[in-house]
Design a protein around this ligand. Sequence first.
Ligand code: F6P
Length: 509
Amino acid sequence: MSRSKPTTRVGAALKIASQDQLHLDWSYQGLKPDELQAFAAKRLPADFDKLRAQLIKGEFHNLTQQRTVSHVLSRSRHNVVKAGNGRNRFNEIVRLLRSGNWQGATGKVIKDVVNIGVGGSDLGPMMGSFALREFADDSSLHNLKVHFVSSMDGGQLHAVLPIVDPETTLFVICSKSFTTADTFANVDTVMEWVEPALTHEQWLEKHVIGVSANNQAMADFGIPPAQQLSFADSVGGRFSLWSSVGLAIALTIGSHQFSVMLAGAAAMDDHFLSEPLENNIPLLLALTGLYNREERGINNLAVLPYDGRLRYLPNYLQQLDMESNGKQANYRGEPIDYPTGPIIWGGFGPNGQHAFFQHLHQGFDAFAADFVAVLHRKAPGFAPAVQDALREQQRLAVANALAHRRLMWTGSDPATDGMQEGEATHHYVGNHPSNLLFVDELNPRSFGALIAAYEHKVFTQGVVWQINSFDQPGVELGKKIATRIHEVIDGDREEQFDDSTDAIIRRML
Ligand code: F6P
């Protein structure tokens, strides 16, 4: 296997784009600014500015599903006013639960909340709650614990149920469609578990909140109107953490900090709309990614956060990017023969160094990488010596991010990398392009900006590839086949599939 040689080397030209909170160093992409400009002129469609403006105004058309795309409105300043009652209900629920003023049906205060959802109804809320929990605006309040259950097999539920009490636990049933089999398999088990502590009516009355775009289904399920949090159908599941789907984040950090996160994302919307290419972070992410995919034939992107609070970022971006842009048909439904979105994978960088990085440095496979680093850490609430120690750990992590990204790009240089004689015979070929995304501090505002930047990257690449980034027909077809197989396993249907599938079904029967 051969890989093309880089066109630029380290130190040749520092290239950093900056926004209010987020910065992107793309020096290790091996592209000169004029090369990138020429590539942009070649690949961005003539009406890109118009399409981008439509997205920001909530007027972009999802043609295969005949609706607009409106996730940006969930965080726009203008729309917070429009959201009116919905936002008030959301804030009131957050206030009652976080202040210990929500009593369950038997009069006991709710202490645990379990978010049941999957895909966009799990990954965004889970990632945000985990990343931002130290920023709770009133952490001295009642100590509410938030748990996440997504897996259809019940493994996660099996771990959570023994540590919570039906009388003091509230379940958020989070599902855009309110029909997802995974989610309702977990809900069915929970309904068995709450009895005999609570009747079904008691459970519905005080222990369930519905979050969905399907109001009728929430009502049919029996969720009281005051506990239904709806959002627009035009908000895609994987773009929904800004809507009421973000309830678990708000329960973790409070409504005020949740709105700071929305403001951080809105600031990135403004940046994407107005900054010129050379300083436009989402556009640079999109174009360097397109270049790596199309000109260098690199089929994957490793997402490598160097801050433990961002450890769920790779999982989140997997859905955001792969479910949006892993397509072989254009938005008119015609087959296409050019490559679209790459495989997104990755993991927490510092631990990856002790696992898969060896292959990255010296294996035969081409990859691109996004390093994500937080330069400084404040640790209020700890003794000064512990604060210093934590700050030092942050420096250690950043140093490691810088070292590994440098080695991945330059390969080894025995003269300057302090290699001993024997080591110089090892091959560190380098030539792996990477981005370094960094913030001075991780907080709700910078987190919002980071996630919104990736959303706009995905949008831009989808426009260039002429695909609809807002549907997921492949997954839908998989769900339909799973339903048929499940019916055969349950004895409700007779059908044969193929020798292998039929043999496993027979074993189960
Ligand atoms: O995986 C398919 C999908 O529809 C995702 O797009 C979505 O985030 C997930 O399932 C969960 O869907 P829902 O929120 O409707 O339960």
